[in-house]
Design a protein around this ligand. Structure first.
Ligand SMILES: [Zn+2]
Length: 535
């Protein structure tokens, strides 16, 4: 493992030099050595639905209980949350029985009397059903559950640097993907006749900012997550299933028996996976020794006038090229594997170490100038702008979406420089985008208007910033944002704070053109030098 890592670092350095050179020759882009990353210290909660107080339930016989003799223990080590999960999927019924243990350390400076969990699967009606919740052995914990927000009362205050364990037992009854319908976008947690997707299927501890635990109301436009990194250890068993099943999962995947898998991943914002019947697997390794695994169905082999073509082979090649490019431009991809899945739901979706790309794009490829190219590299770019660098996807969606969309342009510019005009026209200009880039997901009534403002005017803003700052400063800034924000949740202020006062002043007209709150930059007028004013 250590040797592998060292060889990856060496090949990364070589590849970085090679790619940076190639990038410069092909597209006039230069990537300068980045400055030393500046460490940063780590919204407003949106009202959730009506709260209801749930009756305390008796744990079932099979329930897991806390393992600690004492409900809380104190340490000087500040570990990220750890989720230890035993899950049993009855495949025929698409039903899961899940036991989940959450170990959480209070890294804040205040004692906590309650803990808030974000329960994403409770955003779909009829999916999540809690059987028991315990902090003390044999005693049910008090909680409220409203929408995705579960607030758990602690039996005693959790002091700073102290940790506790919460044990949850719950059932998930997955819903059929609403293919072609209004809820199709929720297909990352759902099933078709050939695919079962477990996207963000586990409750996680919410993020606390100041005095507020942040959870956001789910709406059908955009994403609403704000997630901390965590460590995951999952044992998944699958019963009542055909023997053609394949598990497409990120991190470390160990098949223990014909029906049992051990899945682990460290420092990841979610643990999501897909289980498919008759998945075809195409895989290859980048020069940096990252294995890309692409799971598709037979319908990715399409027939045209020129014969048949396996669009999976094309998508895999595109994924390899984009992953290497983004490692060179934005910094290391932290895992040894990247999993990509043909989705039975529209568009695409990003998770840590695994991305989904809509099946319609595999079935409709017409060359490089296609959504298969753009959405594949877009979702892979989210491995930096979502997975590595976190943000509030409900209140500041542009931080991940504008950057992921601009990453598409960086890919086209590098590998298909004659297609840059096509990209601007096809992806941006023909749609005549309007709207403020710094809008929240709650300010739109249509997905088109949301994408136009956040993604498309977002890339126009980023391109203007690049032209004003120059390529060296611009790419150095993105690289620094990726390294500074690695493993953290970043805000727009954090993003802008990585510019010097002079650069901030020079880019002020751009913020005034694209943002409804250009003045949020409290750092715009500090009386300091570049070395002292950045946090
Ligand atoms: Zn995106």
């Amino acid at each position: 493992m250590a040797l592998m890592r060292i060889s990856r670092v060496i090949s990364s350095l070589i590849f970085l030099m090679l790619t940076a050179c190639a990038f410069m020759q092909g597209t006039q882009v230069t990537l300068t050595p980045t400055q030393t990353p500046i460490p940063l210290p780590q919204g407003t909660p949106v009202p959730t639905r009506e709260r209801e107080l749930h009756p305390i339930q008796t744990p079932s016989q099979a329930a897991v209980e806390p393992t600690l003799d004492q409900p809380m223990s104190c340490t000087t080590e500040n570990a990220p949350p750890t989720y230890t999960v035993r899950a049993e999927l009855n495949y025929a019924k698409r039903a899961l029985k899940v036991s989940q243990r959450i170990r959480y350390t209070n890294a804040s400076e205040e004692s906590l009397t309650s803990l808030v969990l974000s329960v994403k699967p409770n955003g779909q009606a009829g999916v999540f059903s809690l059987q028991s919740i315990n902090i003390i052995v044999g005693e049910s914990a008090q909680y409220t559950l409203a929408g995705q927000r579960m607030e758990v009362s602690l039996p005693e205050a959790l002091e700073p640097d102290c940790s506790l364990e919460i044990s949850l037992n719950f059932d998930l009854r997955l819903q059929a993907i609403d293919i072609g319908g209004a809820r199709a976008y929720q297909g990352y947690l759902g099933y078709s006749d050939r695919q079962t997707n477990l996207g963000q299927w586990l409750p996680v501890v919410a993020i606390k900012q100041g005095d507020s635990w942040i959870t956001h109301e789910e709406v059908s436009i955009g994403e609403q997550e704000i997630l901390d990194v965590a460590n995951w250890d999952i044992r998944l068993s699958i019963t009542d299933a055909p023997n053609t099943l394949r598990v497409a999962a990120p991190g470390s995947v160990e098949k223990i028996s014909d029906s049992e898998w051990h899945l682990t991943m460290l420092n990841a914002r979610d643990y999501s996976l897909s289980i498919g019947e008759n998945y075809r697997l195409n895989q290859a390794v980048t020069p940096d020794n990252v294995t890309v695994e692409l799971y598709t169905f037979d319908d990715a082999i399409i027939t045209s006038d020129t014969g048949s073509m396996d669009t999976a082979a094309y998508a895999l090649n595109t994924a390899l090229k984009s992953l290497s490019l983004y490692e060179a431009v934005f910094g290391d991809y932290p895992l040894d594997r990247l999993v990509m899945v043909e989705a039975d739901f529209p568009d695409g979706m990003e998770f840590s170490g695994i991305v989904f790309v809509g099946g319609e794009y595999f079935r409709g490829l017409s060359g490089v100038e296609s959504y298969l190219t753009l959405i594949s590299v877009h979702e892979i770019a989210h491995q930096w702008w979502y997975s590595r660098v976190g943000n509030d996807q409900a209140l500041h969606p542009w931080l991940d979406e504008a950057l992921a969309t601009y990453s598409e342009f960086i890919f086209i510019e590098k590998f298909y420089p004659t297609l840059t005009d096509w990209w601007w026209d096809f992806r941006v200009n023909r749609l005549l985008p309007q709207g403020f880039v710094d809008s929240t997901v709650y300010e739109f009534t249509s997905r088109r208007a949301y994408i136009n403002a956040i993604y498309l005017r977002g890339v126009l803003m980023l391109h203007d910033l690049r032209q004003t700052l120059g390529d060296d400063v611009f790419f150095g800034w993105l690289n620094r944002y990726a390294s500074t924000g690695s493993g953290r949740v970043m805000s727009p202020e954090d993003f802008w704070s990585l510019l010097t006062p002079e650069q901030l002043e020079r880019t002020k007209p751009i913020r005034e053109r694209y943002l409804q709150k250009p003045q949020i930059i409290s750092l715009a007028t500090p009386e300091c030098t570049a070395a002292t004013c950045t946090p």
